[in-house]
Ligand binder design. Structure first.
Ligand SMILES: Cc1cc2nc3c(=O)[nH]c(=O)nc-3n(C[C@H](O)[C@H](O)[C@H](O)COP(=O)(O)O)c2cc1C
Length: 258
């Protein structure tokens, strides 16, 4: 009899403990959610600022981000759009997975291997007293093992690279992962994207670029032992800076008709 009582007691206590633990876990997940979203936003903003070369670690990110004008671009027309109003919440990469917010690319179009291209892009403009001074564009594409997502920052001529880098990639550390090496990232600064006739000319060379390399301003050293990742980088830039990416928008911006 006493043993039966003890067994019942053990079951009841265990059940109560399970319920209390579940409430605690679920409660903390709910409580932490807003913090997680805030951290993600903060991190994203920091990446935009860093890749554009304007991040100051001594100042709050949100304060610095105030000088950035965040706009939505319709990639089909190359014009600014107000189809999505809450741009803070708009996740461009996630939108490429939704049928109503993206289009499937044909194999010929899909040189960046992204499968679907979103209809709208979230772009970042920095203005000074003379007008647009920097344009920061999200880009992504497949390397060898992963989709590499990052930004390219262009100077006011909308051709010279101010910065280029990834905030998310899973290439092999020491090989393709060298896309994150600050020395390699520095090689992009000052390079040109478009030739004089408006073609996407930027290229990742297999080997080393020096002053003797013809058209060196369009070329960046390939990553040694990581030609496949290097090719992925070149392909994604050709996609995003081309007709199916930001080229219509960049042309509209140049002619003042974006
Ligand atoms: C374990 C392992 C991981 C690798 N990771 C990468 C990588 O992240 N990116 C890449 O381009 N090549 C990677 N490679 C090498 C590729 O298979 C291929 O040999 C290389 O891209 C060719 O570049 P290379 O012509 O510069 O040598 C890896 C190879 C091995 C065995």
């Amino acid at each position: 009899m006493a043993n039966q009582q003890t067994a019942k007691y053990t079951i009841v206590v265990t059940l109560i403990m399970c319920i209390v633990a579940s409430i605690l876990v679920a409660g903390s997940a709910v409580l932490l959610k807003p913090h997680q979203i805030a951290n993600k936003t903060q991190d994203f903003r920091k990446n935009v600022l860093s890749i554009a070369g304007i991040y100051n670690p001594d100042q709050p990110v949100d304060e610095q981000f105030k000088k950035i004008d965040v706009k939505l671009v319709d990639l089909e027309t190359g014009h600014f759009s107000d189809a999505i109003t809450d741009l803070d919440k708009f996740d461009q990469v996630a939108s490429a997975k939704k049928a109503e917010l993206s289009d499937k690319l044909s194999p010929e179009e899909d040189i960046a291997k992204i499968i679907r291209r979103e209809k709208y892009a979230k772009v970042f403009l920095v203005n000074d007293a003379n007008g647009l001074s920097k344009l920061i564009l999200p880009v992504r594409g497949y390397g060898l093992w992963s989709t590499m997502a990052g930004f390219i920052a262009l100077d006011k001529d909308l051709n010279t690279v101010l910065g280029f880098g990834f905030y998310d990639q899973k290439e092999t550390p020491g090989l393709g992962g060298e896309v994150d090496n600050p020395n390699w990232r520095a090689l992009w600064v000052g390079k040109k994207v478009y030739s004089e006739d408006g073609e996407v000319e930027i290229e990742v060379l297999k080997g080393h670029v020096d002053e003797g390399t013809p058209n060196a301003e369009y070329k960046v050293d390939g990553l040694s032992g990581a030609t496949l990742t290097s090719n992925g980088v070149e392909n994604l830039l050709h996609f995003w800076m081309g007709e199916n990416g930001y080229k219509p928008f960049i042309e509209n911006l140049k002619s003042g008709e974006a």
